[in-house]
Design a protein around this ligand. Structure first.
Ligand code: KIV
Length: 277
């Protein structure tokens, strides 16, 4: 499958038109590419599901670069979006510098940034950097939004969210992620936007869906949002496999002869002397 271009991505309108998944390393990106995922996201959720931080705020540009380039090596032919980490998008200058590194060194195709930072989006798009917007629950500023809560529930908040999404499209974003938004509002935004919406906890009417890989395979157990469907209880399976390995080592059942390398007779005689081996 050839990598989707921005023009092709912009045409992915209609529910189920875009499948996006996070990936932060070579094997996950490779498996997701083999499974036919349309777009991979090196999200700054990296900080929570891989690096063990309490939020996405501590994630650095160097960490994003490290993981973006690993994911790129696993999926050279899939459109790869990389998140601008906290405050890397505080000004157009900072965002341009960070995007340059994520694209040149990390191999990203697009960058994603949170919130309606329109001047930043415009500067990136004018410089030729494809941008994916993100509204609703924006984890980098979750504390000022009252925690990990559904956004846009009141008429005023819903109108503001719709305006922000439209403004992001107007500023040149090729799509907009809607995170933790009531499904009726997500449907309205999707209908009003000419570019695709990609939902996470935003119902079934968005044009695309995105999930965090570690939620999908059940290896992140600090909390499980209502919108997650686990397709695998991977945490339990991996723990059982490690327990079985430890039990085998302790019982002398692993490694077996078949797992070991042989020295030939002649070499053994040279080592021990004839007749002694
Ligand atoms: O960081 C991330 O993984 C994200 C998705 C939840 C959209 O921003």
């Amino acid at each position: 499958m050839a990598k989707l271009t921005i023009a092709e991505l912009k045409q992915r309108k209609g529910p189920g038109s875009l499948v996006m998944l996070t990936a932060y390393d070579y094997p996950t990106a490779k498996l997701a590419a083999e499974a036919g995922v349309d777009v991979l996201l090196v999200g700054d959720s990296l900080g929570m599901v891989v690096l063990g931080y309490d939020s996405t705020v501590p994630v650095t540009l160097e960490e994003m670069l490290h993981h973006t380039s690993a994911a790129r090596r696993g999926a050279p032919d899939v459109h790869l979006v990389s998140d601008l980490p906290y405050l890397a998008d505080a000004t157009p200058e900072r965002a341009l510098a960070a995007a340059e590194r994520l694209i040149k060194e990390g191999g990203a195709d697009s960058v994603k940034l949170e919130g309606p930072k329109l001047a930043v989006v415009r500067a990136l798009v004018e410089a030729g950097v494809p941008v994916l917007g993100h509204v609703g629950l924006t984890p980098q500023t979750a504390s000022s939004l009252g925690g990990y809560k559904v956004q846009g529930r009141s008429p005023a908040a819903a109108k503001k969210l719709l305006e922000d999404a439209l403004a992001l499209e107007d500023a040149g974003a090729w799509g907009v992620v809607l995170e933790m938004v009531p499904r009726q509002l997500a449907a309205l935004v999707t209908e009003q936007l000419g570019v695709p919406t990609i939902g996470i906890g935003a119902g079934a009417a968005t044009d695309g869906q995105v999930l965090v890989f570690h939620d999908l395979v059940g290896v992140f157990d600090r909390f499980k949002p209502k919108f997650v469907r686990r397709y695998l209880e991977g945490g339990a399976l991996i723990r059982e496999a490690i327990e079985a390995y430890a039990a085998d080592v302790r019982a002398g059942a692993f490694p077996e002869v078949g797992h070991a390398y042989e020295m030939d007779e002649e070499a053994l005689e040279g080592l021990y002397g004839k007749g002694e081996a």
